[in-house]
Write a protein of this length. Structure first.
Length: 296
């Protein structure tokens, strides 16, 4: 190697030890002894003139400098892997985004060409999950998705969160009729939208007492559009439904809630630069949606 780069063996040892948070586990992956991993990382630290790991018994954690270097090395390896994959005729690894089905079908799919342009040819996979546990955990090579788009309140401190938009709720009914529906649409999971509206003092004449439950937000919106019941809309995500006249807002002021939509990923994700670009783009798309919200 040149004087500007350390030996590849040192780099591989450091990369794998950082992913595993263990010299022993890294040795098992690379089929060498733990002492070899320890020796190569020590030589890399001497070459750099600073420590890359905090050592606590058998467990090791990256220092701040180590985390920065690890992210850059992972990004470099990702580019190398994509280059070799292209020459071998194999497709590059997809960037996997965990999203709610509604976000996928109503928000991302109509903008898929714009989203793909941000990844510079890397394919996109949309996965119906927003569980933070499905993220690639820091220091681990395993993970179901690279990032999730979901509403959040508080987050574990070891994850990166890019706030995309604030959220507000408003009561809605079908646009085609002025008659008050006889059913109240309740969506299973997430926050209790009806309770939030009532706590905020939103009152409606003849509020239906009986509730019909739906297991997806999209199904509930379609039932409201067809006049089946009275519902609650999540804004700005569903602003296009209001702007296009598919449903109508029954209260002039949507109620803000503490949750935010955010793009969440692990700090050691090798696609971090691409994810930051996606987060910036999503923030602007949500801002434009917010401007589409009509008054009741």
């Amino acid at each position: 190697m040149s004087d500007r780069l350390p030996p590849l063996a040192w780099i591989r040892a450091f990369r794998e030890a950082g992913r595993q948070s263990s010299f022993r586990a890294a040795a098992a992956v690379l089929h060498v002894s733990p002492s070899t991993i320890s020796h190569e990382i020590r030589r890399l630290e001497d070459w750099l003139g600073q420590p890359l790991f905090d050592r606590q018994g058998r467990r090791v954690t990256l220092t701040a400098a180590g985390r920065d270097l690890h992210a850059q090395i992972d990004a470099g390896f990702a580019q190398l892997e994509a280059g070799f994959a292209a020459l071998r005729g194999t497709p590059p690894q997809a960037l996997r985004l965990g999203v709610f089905p509604f976000v996928a079908s109503e928000f991302l799919l109509p903008r898929l060409s714009e989203l793909e342009a941000l990844t510079q040819g890397q394919p996109i996979e949309l996965v119906s999950t927003t569980h933070i546990s499905d993220l690639m955990a820091p220091g681990s090579a395993a993970g179901t998705v690279d990032a999730v788009i979901r509403y959040v309140d508080t987050l574990p401190p070891d994850l990166v969160s890019i706030e995309l938009t604030t959220i507000s709720l408003g009561p809605i009914a079908a646009a085609a009729t002025t008659a008050m529906p006889t059913q109240r649409i309740q969506i299973d999971g997430g926050f209790d939208a009806w309770r939030i509206l009532q706590d905020a003092g939103v009152t409606l004449p003849e509020l239906p007492l009986s509730a019909t439950r739906f297991d997806s937000y999209l199904s509930g919106l379609k039932a409201i559009e067809q006049g089946y019941g009275l519902g609650v809309i999540v804004l700005p995500l569903s602003a296009a439904w209001l702007a296009s006249g598919r449903v109508r807002l029954l209260h002039p002021d949507p109620v803000p809630i503490p949750q935010r939509y955010a793009l969440v990923f692990a700090p050691d994700n090798p696609h971090q630069d691409v994810l930051v670009n996606i987060g910036t783009w999503l923030t602007e798309e949500f801002r434009q949606l917010s401007q589409m919200i009509p008054k009741a």
